[in-house]
Design a protein around this ligand. Structure first.
Ligand SMILES: Nc1ncnc2c1ncn2[C@@H]1O[C@H](COP(=O)(O)OP(=O)(O)OP(=O)(O)O)[C@@H](O)[C@H]1O
Length: 277
């Protein structure tokens, strides 16, 4: 889906605040997120970056309905998020822990479909389409432990794709794979996003990755977290690892976001800092 078609808001985050209560009377509560507001139109591919500990995972867990917010409004397609939404799929960094080692690749991919009551024939069909999309058609009968890290992460992506979510959340999904595999998986995410028209919210530490992948990059401040910057990535929609990354505009956007992250490190809770700080 192209950016100009992305007009209908699918996700709303308004005034989100998350405080982790103190685990003991002596300890202090942790204000992970102070005040986050943004919305994401249908079909947009949005990356979230920010300093370590800025609350990126906390944000995704709140959106995924796995963690109750302390305050604020979270809506998916106009409905309050009060638990894991049926139209959402999540891919985590730790593919090793997200796949069941005793189940074949096919059984892993089909599991959420089975839970959703999808009939067997349709499960098989959707599974083989998803495995084909991630280049793993030959691996259906293998077990996760027989696959490389990159292949396991492909299986996790195939499982999300087979589910056909409206929105796909990805929390640093490629942090644990080698650079070449990472580049391949980035291209895979863009391909799937284009083919399915799914809305993608992708958390990463990697500034280059955020610019390469995203139509938009949201930069979070240091904890307690607010939105530090919201950058439109006005690169051509057709991207490839060599041409795009050497595009002067890519370099400019990367420099801008790098500067914002540096600024974010000193900008907690919206305290204004000069750009040169
Ligand atoms: N279950 C929890 N209980 C208490 N504090 C927590 C909990 N989970 C996270 N935190 C704290 O909340 C803050 C934000 O954590 P979070 O993992 O969301 O950040 P992050 O941006 O994803 O970090 P990183 O980039 O290092 O992965 C951190 O200070 C963290 O220690």
């Amino acid at each position: 889906m192209s950016p100009e078609n992305a007009t209908t808001p699918v996700l709303l985050v308004e005034g989100l605040r998350k405080i982790y209560p103190a685990p003991t009377p002596q300890a202090e509560a942790i204000e992970a997120i102070r005040d986050l507001t943004f919305s994401i139109p249908q079909g947009q591919l949005v990356c979230i970056v920010g300093p370590s500990g800025a609350g990126k995972t906390t944000l995704l867990k709140c959106i995924a309905g796995l963690l109750p917010p302390t305050a604020g409004r979270l809506e998916l397609e106009g409905k309050a998020i009060t638990g894991p939404p049926k139209t959402m799929a999540v891919v985590f960094q730790e593919y090793g822990r997200s796949l069941y080692p005793w189940m074949s690749v096919q059984a892993n991919v089909e599991l959420p479909l089975k839970s959703a009551g999808v009939p067997k024939a349709e499960r098989h069909q959707r599974c083989s389409e998803a495995l084909e999309a991630v280049g793993l058609s030959d691996a259906a009968d293998k077990y996760p432990w027989q696959l490389s890290g990159g292949m396991q992460q492909r299986v996790a992506i195939a499982r999300a794709v087979a589910y056909r979510p409206q929105i796909l959340l990805m929390d640093e999904p490629f942090a644990a794979v080698d650079a070449q595999t990472r580049a391949d998986l980035e291209d895979l995410v863009r391909k799937i996003w284009k083919e399915l028209g799914v809305t993608v919210l992708f958390v990463t530490h990697d500034i280059d990755e955020s610019v390469y992948l995203g139509q938009r990059v949201i930069v979070l401040s240091n904890r307690p977290t607010v939105v530090q910057d919201d950058v439109t990535i006005d690169l051509p929609d057709e991207r490839d690892q060599l041409t795009t990354r050497s595009d002067p505009r890519f370099v400019e956007l990367r420099r801008h976001i790098y500067g914002e992250i540096q600024r974010a490190k000193t900008n907690a809770g919206g305290a204004q800092q000069p750009a040169s700080a």
